[in-house]
Design a binder for this molecule. Structure first.
Ligand code: AMP
Length: 275
């Protein structure tokens, strides 16, 4: 397994492999790898000749006062995980941006609500780094988790709108035994917060069961679920159209429930399918 630390070296390697006719898969991450990230690596490994895992804590997607500096980092642990999963290249650049970088990729309506409303520059940062990672790695296919459901929708929109030659694969959420969605940020939780955090996924699963049982009214479903979440602040818990992410009045077609709850200073995201 090769560790690449510069954009130039990554670009040269990718171009050379493409000229040899080899296919390339990319799993973009911010590191502190866990089983959720591993599921993305395992989804792509059989589909490509060469697998790249990028690890870059992207300053562009953090706003002032967010956890950029505190974000968990574990280079050696991450390299060991990648090696065990048959990754060919771990791309861990110190920076993704050359001197004078002055381009941002802005995706429209789908990036405005939910996470976009809470973190106004977040998706611009995500779309910009992902577009650049696609350019640098020349990947044929890239995997993203449904854990960040809106992010996946933003990336699909960008790829379609800019006709980027990359196939996007969405992978299901990997959860702890008690249902909590795995996240690098879970390490911030105290034992007491971690114990309460399981109520977020439990409330979403209960909503899913109630919808399957025939309860269709979105407001009632949301209110019942909200009372079950034991958090310090429930920022949003909304039934939305699975494609547009616009709120719905009733569960009539494919929907998703998007939720964010705060535990102390930690924001936890989760979502489930309902239809
Ligand atoms: P991050 O390192 O948090 O930027 O995540 C990198 C990728 O892993 C993103 O596509 C996430 O959606 C995905 N991911 C993170 N947590 C999970 C999880 N629990 N299950 C599935 N995918 C995940």
């Amino acid at each position: 397994m090769r560790i690449v630390r510069t954009v130039d070296e990554m670009t040269r390697w990718s171009l050379a492999r493409r000229r040899e006719g080899l296919t390339i898969g990319l799993v973009p991450t911010m590191g502190a790898l866990h089983s959720g990230h591993v599921s993305l690596l395992r989804a792509l490994r059989p589909q490509v000749d060469l697998l790249i895992c990028s690890i870059f804590v992207n300053p562009l997607q953090f706003a002032e006062g967010e956890d950029l500096d505190a974000y968990p980092r574990d280079e050696d642990g991450d390299a060991a995980v990648c090696d065990a999963e048959g990754v060919d290249v771990v791309f861990m650049p110190d920076t993704m941006y050359a001197e004078g970088h002055d381009t941002r990729v802005t995706v429209g309506t789908i990036s405005k609500r939910w996470e976009g409303a809470a973190r106004p520059t977040h998706f611009e940062g995500v779309a910009t780094v992902v577009a650049r990672l696609f350019g640098v790695t020349r990947c044929d296919v890239a995997a993203f988790g449904e854990k960040d459901y809106q992010q996946l929708a933003v990336i699909r929109r960008m790829v379609a709108d800019l006709a980027l030659p990359v196939r996007v694969v969405g992978c299901p959420i990997v959860r702890d035994d008690d249902g909590l969605a795995l996240s690098s940020r879970n390490v911030y939780l105290t034992a007491e917060q971690r114990a309460r955090a399981r109520t977020l996924s439990q409330a979403l699963f209960m909503l899913q069961r109630e919808a399957s049982g025939g309860l269709r009214d979105a407001t009632i479903l949301e209110e019942r679920a909200a009372t079950r979440v034991n958090s310090d602040q429930l920022e949003y818990l909304s039934v939305v159209d699975a494609q547009t992410l616009e709120p719905v009045d009733s569960v009539a077609g494919p929907c998703r429930v998007l939720a964010v709850a705060h535990y102390g200073t930690t924001r936890l995201l989760d979502n489930v399918e309902v239809s």
